[in-house]
Design a protein around this ligand. Structure first.
Ligand code: TRP
Ligand code: SF4
Length: 345
């Protein structure tokens, strides 16, 4: 889509209404995206860009805060994520799309904000404490990880973000950002906007085995899966455990396949039909999921094709990212002029 993206004219001024907001959000490059990522964040970004002035970036520095010991995959992961985002419809003509580490101003603002951030705010943060527990296999007692929310605050404040789409787990980090903004405004005059969260209602997407969809559980369906793998994963997706045999009736409400996918990809009429077929055992699970597969296909096929096309033209990808960085840098360097002056530098 790169060519299409570059050709299509900028519709920012015509189509955005008064409710248009400056939106900032980042995503860590942890590998190729699965459907859980899609319904959690990616889809949301694509929606938000229609009405808003969006700054979307790949938070590669944030990825390093926890994976500094094992960063050999980082540039590959960044590329995969760029491909996923663009093929899902992130439009770099509508949104400002870039890589965090390309804009060095984020790190300068991070440094200055760290002067006014009490360490206690960071140590007491519930998300920080959770992560230390959860990621116990990694040594994340480093300063970089403690400062994670300060870097995130810099990411947002440097673009004077008004709203930040985040998952529930990220709310404490956004609260730190708001506290830092208030403190800076109190100390140096009104230099920052206090950003509001946009809570993304992302219901948990389950993986093929019924657990939370996750790369580490080996149960994920990826946007980049081949047609064959994709089909196999849908057809073998876990169903109502009551249906041991073809003749056992089931209930879609206890069926992970139905709850995660039929509900999204089938209309009311089709869902009602399946409900009847499932509860009376007149339809088998394989037939039911084959039908599902045919309904998902028109959605996933263009994404997969676009991804293939973009991946053959890596040079264009970097052009897109460089153009995004230029747009972002313009705003970021203006903010930094104000901030330096406010700090009497
Ligand atoms: N911490 C976010 C996450 O893990 C990623 C992120 C980095 C971010 N900087 C941000 C999100 C700024 C919103 C705004 O998902
Ligand atoms: Fe799920 Fe369909 Fe099987 Fe019922 S018939 S358990 S809805 S896959």
């Amino acid at each position: 889509m790169v060519r299409k993206i570059l050709d299509c004219h900028d519709s920012r001024s015509e189509s955005r209404n008064d409710q248009s907001k400056r939106i900032v959000s980042g995503i860590r490059p942890t590998g190729k995206s699965h459907l859980g990522n899609y319904f959690g964040a990616l889809q949301n970004w694509v929606e938000l860009q229609k009405q808003n002035d969006c700054f979307f970036f790949i938070a590669d520095w944030h990825a390093l805060t926890t994976d500094y010991q094992n960063s050999s995959e980082l540039s590959k992961n960044i590329e995969e994520l760029v491909l996923d985002l663009l093929s899902c419809g992130l439009n770099p003509k509508k949104s400002t799309f870039f890589i965090q580490s390309h804009i060095k101003e984020h790190s300068e603002l991070f440094l200055l904000l760290s002067m006014i951030t009490p360490v206690g705010w960071l140590e007491r943060n519930p998300t920080y404490k959770d992560q230390i527990q959860e990621l116990s296999a990694k040594d994340i007692t480093n300063l970089g990880f403690l400062g994670y929310p300060v870097l995130q605050a810099a990411d947002i404040l440097i673009y004077q973000g008004e709203a930040v789409p985040v998952g529930r787990d990220q709310l404490p980090y956004l609260e730190v950002c708001r506290e830092i903004a208030r403190r800076a405004n109190h100390l140096y005059g009104n230099i920052f906007k206090e950003p509001q969260p946009i809570l993304t209602q992302s219901p948990l997407i389950q993986g093929t085995d019924g657990r939370k969809m996750s790369k580490s559980y080996n149960n994920a369906i990826y946007l980049s899966d081949s047609e064959e793998d994709f089909k196999k994963k849908i057809i073998t997706f876990i169903t109502d455990p009551k249906r041991q045999r073809r003749t056992d009736p089931g209930d879609p409400k206890d069926c992970p396949a139905f709850q995660n996918f039929h509900k999204r990809f089938m209309n009311q009429e089709e869902q009602a039909e399946i409900y009847k077929g499932c509860t009376t055992a007149s339809i088998g699970c394989v037939d039911c999921k084959t039908k599902l597969y045919h309904n998902i296909h028109p959605w996933i096929f263009p994404i997969r094709e676009e991804r293939k096309r973009l991946s053959k033209d890596r040079k264009s990808l970097y052009t897109v990212l460089e153009e995004g960085a230029q747009k972002a840098r313009k705003i970021a360097s203006k903010t930094m002029e104000i901030v330096r002056a406010a700090f009497h530098l």
